[in-house]
Ligand binder design. Structure first.
Ligand code: FAD
Length: 452
């Protein structure tokens, strides 16, 4: 490592033990020490690091803010961590063509703030938006509550500049609203989890802020009926901008952690938001309230921006609240077709009762995306083992309902052993061949996505 420090004198590189510890983990709970941490400040720095690593066969792991929950940014054996946190400039916002050009280290929430000043917003809003990076969002194809109406990161990436493992710079995609020339390499890079290239610039589509927003909280005393409400709202042909779900344990956890007055005795709640023209959304909010009332729910409406923000702070705090209770919990993010949510919720309750292990559920119900939290303590080996067995059962149940084992968190290290449950061998072989084309020496984030 001293050699790389000598060869790249103008780039900040550290082998200090405190840096190796701080950059050795992400939000997945996996840990491993890198051999060094490198902080490039621009594309040319990334090129220099990658050329050096390629020549010397040193693995490199790109890292945004380390909020990934599947171990994507955890150092592979002997790897250098390439932290993009210093590449954090919003280079340009183009209000005429509705797009923004960013460096990958821009924090999602920071971009939202800057856009709002100009009357725009960037729809993907992961619950981690105040601390995760745009580069990490693109690498994981992140979603968020607004995905039900606006889609996920993939739907907003126009152009990516990135550096290949051998140091070559490529630019994929278009600056225009449309473009179909050649294979869609941009889509291939989105969700590639830092295994194909290092993103250095990203152009994103942005949208004008909606005229008005209405926020409802629908409180249920029956879990299954809350799931039925989700499918009835969707089949009534209303598309809210968020349709978030919390079960009893999630409500209790967040109320104990950051109280905003949610009813701790409820079985479930839905946080529903509509945006658009005031007259249209008032009518739709009325219809949604009727659907939920008929299923026995109590309905409350956020009265102003302040009340709305409090609810979202509370929703975003669910995951930290659960980590607070159980720091080694297993966190999955399965998706089922929306009309199968009631069945999935009942299966999760059954699996929890049969195993005696608490499972807490919340998430983007409008997308069928449920964050399943298996509340186990890693110190208790027997309990943790049971938790891992539950993961497999949850995945089997999900796939049998026509679902997928990850809606937005990716595969990384934690789901690599299970990828074969969902994706057949021939398709996995095609993916591995693509990886070889981009990274013939397997130096970029090796060991992620595909089990060794
Ligand atoms: C409390 C909490 C709430 C969350 N809520 C959501 C949610 O609602 N929706 C959601 O989708 N996710 C959510 N997540 C997961 C996580 O925040 C996202 O996956 C996010 O996109 C990761 O961004 P990051 O900057 O932290 O990336 P990191 O964790 O640093 O990295 C993630 C992956 O991206 C790769 N990568 C990072 N930067 C680059 C780059 N410049 N070039 C190439 N590859 C790169 C890394 O190698 C790694 O594989 C949540 C996490 C937490 C802790």
């Amino acid at each position: 490592m001293n050699q790389i420090i000598d060869k790249l004198p103008n780039i900040k590189i550290s082998t200090d033990p405190e840096d190796l510890i701080c950059y050795g983990f992400d939000a997945s709970g996996f840990e491993s020490s890198p051999s060094a941490v490198v902080w490039p400040e621009n594309t040319e720095d990334v090129v220099k690091v990658m050329k050096y690593a390629y020549e010397h066969n040193i693995p490199v792991v790109p890292r945004g803010a380390g909020t990934g929950t599947t171990g994507g940014a955890v150092p592979s054996k002997g790897a250098i961590i390439l932290s993009i946190e210093k590449m954090n400039r919003i280079i340009d916002i183009d209000p005429e063509n509705f797009n923004a050009l960013c460096e990958p280290g821009v924090i999602n929430g920071k971009l939202q703030q800057e856009l709002a000043l100009l009357g725009f917003f960037y729809p993907p809003d992961p619950a981690s938006m105040n601390f995760c990076t745009i580069g990490g969002n693109v690498a994981e194809n992140a979603g968020g509550p607004r995905a039900i109406k606006y889609g996920v990161t993939r739907d907003y990436v126009m152009e990516i500049e990135s550096v290949l493992p051998n140091g070559q710079i490529i630019t994929t995609g278009v600056r225009t609203q449309k473009g179909v020339v050649g294979y869609d390499l941009t889509r291939l890079l989105i969700g590639s989890e830092g295994t194909l290239s290092v993103f250095t610039k990203i152009r994103l589509k942005v949208l004008p802020l909606p005229e008005e927003v209405v926020t409802l909280i629908c409180i249920f005393d029956n879990l299954e009926l809350s799931g039925q409400a989700v499918s009835r709202i969707i089949s009534s042909k209303i598309i809210p901008r968020t349709l978030e779900f919390m079960d009893r344990e999630a409500i209790k956890a967040v109320e104990n952690f950051r109280p905003v007055g949610l009813p701790k005795d409820a079985e479930a709640l839905l946080l529903i938001e509509l945006d658009g023209h005031p007259s249209a959304i008032t009518k739709e909010a009325g219809k949604i309230a009727d659907i939920c009332k008929r299923l026995g729910a109590e309905i409350n409406m956020a009265e102003d921006e302040d009340a709305r923000e409090k609810l979202w702070i509370s929703r975003r705090a669910v995951s930290p609240a659960l980590y607070h209770i159980s720091p080694t919990k297993i966190n999955e993010d399965i998706v089922v077709p929306r009309n199968r949510i009631p069945e999935m919720l009942m299966s999760l309750r059954r699996l929890s009762e049969e195993s005696g292990i608490k499972i807490v559920n919340f998430g983007h119900a409008g997308d069928g995306n449920i964050h399943v939290n298996i509340m186990v303590n890693k110190e208790n080996k027997e309990e943790y083992q049971k938790g891992l067995m539950l993961v497999e059962q949850v995945f089997k149940e999900t796939l049998s309902l026509g679902g997928t084992i990850s809606g937005e968190h990716g595969v990384g290290l934690s789901k690599a052993p299970y990828i074969g449950m969902e994706i057949p061998k021939p398709e996995i072989e095609i993916m591995k061949s693509i990886k070889k084309i981009f990274d013939p020496k397997n130096i970029l984030n090796p060991g992620k996505i595909f089990p060794d």
